[in-house]
Design a protein around this ligand. Structure first.
Ligand code: 4NP
Length: 171
């Protein structure tokens, strides 16, 4: 979870939150990959990006070392991210809230205020390619699961950046 340092106002539709169960494998990976993808596209400074977990088991902890290592091999740095739990206030701050799988989405729908007017959905719902709709939980599996997670997240991040760059004001 890295706070934006630049003090420009972020339009609500340019705020993005990634959510998984523990906030130590999939959603921090999504946060870092999406940041890097947005940076390459030149739009990161116009975005507010964060990640969070449904559960509180890993609050304050760095991501899983397997997620850090797999991401590092592809050039992404997860080491400064720290776990936090999603809150009802996240619905005030984020226009785009992306769940990694259906159970995450159901938990978020239970938290969602009736007045929330943003987009709450599956992250892979943004990607045209993958036939799968969920980013599978790699926590109890082997190393190859983390590579698969990265493949899916890289594709969805490209698709999301392509969507958002049409909405960024020209400052
Ligand atoms: P994540 O993976 O939701 O992708 O961060 C998990 C991390 C921890 C646990 C489950 C999933 N856990 O049960 O502690």
């Amino acid at each position: 979870m890295i706070r934006r340092s630049k003090q420009i106002r972020v339009p609500p539709e340019c705020s993005v939150l990634f959510v998984c169960l523990g906030n130590i494998c999939r959603s921090p990976t999504a946060e870092a990959v999406f940041r890097a993808t947005a940076e390459r596209a030149g739009i990161l400074s116009a975005l507010d990006v964060d990640s969070a977990g449904i559960g509180d088991w890993h609050v304050g902890q760095p991501p899983d070392r397997r997620a850090i290592a797999t991401a590092h091999r592809r050039g992404y740095d997860l080491t400064r991210l720290r776990g936090r739990q999603v809150t009802a206030e996240d619905f005030d701050r984020f226009h785009w809230i992306f769940a990694m799988d259906q159970p995450n989405l159901r938990a978020l729908e239970a938290l969602r205020p009736a007045t929330y007017a943003g987009h709450l959905g599956l992250f892979l719902g943004m990607a045209p390619g993958p036939a799968v709709r969920e980013v599978p939980d790699p926590y109890y599996g082997g190393a190859e699961g983390f590579d698969h997670v990265l493949d899916l997240i890289e594709e969805a991040s490209e698709a999301l950046v392509a969507q958002l760059r049409t909405r960024i004001p020209p400052w």
